[in-house]
Design a protein around this ligand. Structure first.
Ligand SMILES: CC(C)(COP(=O)(O)OP(=O)(O)OC[C@H]1O[C@@H](n2cnc3c(N)ncnc32)[C@H](O)[C@@H]1OP(=O)(O)O)[C@@H](O)C(=O)NCCC(=O)NCCS
Length: 256
């Protein structure tokens, strides 16, 4: 069997519970609003991105999503919808990256300024230790040092760095960054749920769902504020922002 396909199939099995919580969340909101389930899935889960279709842009849905949506609406039960979702993920290409990866980190340039947006995904836990463990903090900072050296060399007009994630609640994450950036965290007015900035807290480093976080999210559905569904998550996605000089200084690329 093709190794990549096999690996993808294994990941689909691992992520089944993650997809299940996302479906339950979208189903509950669809039931309360009479919206189509495929629409609440598009807006309030990260399935579009997990299927390798990129960030939903609010325009006409892509052919890939239209096919998933039609299949979803045709399912008779939650169990069928979950099977369908796992199958579509298993068949989908990996998520595309606009820029190169630096270990667990990558970045995106937001126009027009341009602003550097930091992304984190777990690429270092095969040894049984999570990527944010204290013992791995030097490794993570080395990745950030390399990434900011690259950004400094290739995007000289970038002045500001911005993040938005549940991870900024964790000292284990904040300690990787310049103190002014780590101290700048704030609650954004709105939080999108079509990425990982809130959903990521459901996963542990083995890509298994954390039972307590799952339960807390599902319990919160009873009192969900439909105008602010991100508030149902136990940890709020926080924003952070600092000038790029802080990063160059902190990682030792320019003298203090
Ligand atoms: C980030 C990720 C690897 C953390 O998984 P994990 O199994 O909790 O990893 P660790 O055990 O290494 O935990 C890291 C630290 O965070 C803390 N932590 C993790 N989840 C927590 C939670 N819900 N509440 C409080 N603390 C938490 C742990 O206690 C630990 O801190 P410590 O080292 O000081 O004890 C995992 O959630 C993940 O891969 N998520 C998807 C990626 C993601 O969210 N990216 C954000 C994109 S914006």
């Amino acid at each position: 069997m093709d190794g990549r396909v096999d690996e993808r199939g294994e990941q689909a099995k691992r992520l089944r519970d993650y997809f299940e919580v996302q479906l339950l969340f979208a189903e509950a909101i669809a039931a309360r609003t009479s919206r189509l389930l495929s629409d609440t899935c598009l807006e309030l889960t990260n399935l579009h991105r997990r299927f390798g279709l990129g960030r939903p842009d609010g325009g006409a849905p892509s052919a890939g999503w239209a096919r998933y949506a039609a299949g979803l609406e045709g399912c008779a039960s939650h169990a069928d919808r979950l099977d369908w979702t796992v199958a579509v993920f298993a068949d989908a290409p990996p998520e595309a990256r606009a820029t190169r990866r630096f270990g667990c980190f990558s970045y995106e340039l937001l126009s027009p300024d341009p602003v550097v947006r930091i992304h984190f995904s777990n690429r270092d836990s095969a040894d049984g230790l999570g990527p944010l463990a204290r013992a791995k903090a030097d490794r993570r900072q080395a990745e950030l040092r390399e990434m900011f050296a690259h950004i400094g060399a290739h995007h000289t007009d970038a002045r500001t760095v911005r993040g938005g994630s549940w991870l900024y609640n964790l000292e284990a994450y904040r300690r990787l960054f310049p103190p002014d950036y780590a101290a700048s965290t704030f609650e954004p007015e709105r939080v999108r749920l079509d990425g990982t900035s809130s959903w990521g807290q459901l996963l542990d480093f083995r890509e298994a769902v954390k039972p307590a976080v799952r339960q807390a999210l599902l319990d919160a559905l009873d009192t969900l504020d439909l105008a602010a569904p991100w508030k149902a998550f136990p940890l709020r996605a926080l924003g952070a922002e600092a000038p790029i000089e802080s990063f160059h200084r902190f990682y030792g690329e320019i003298p203090a």
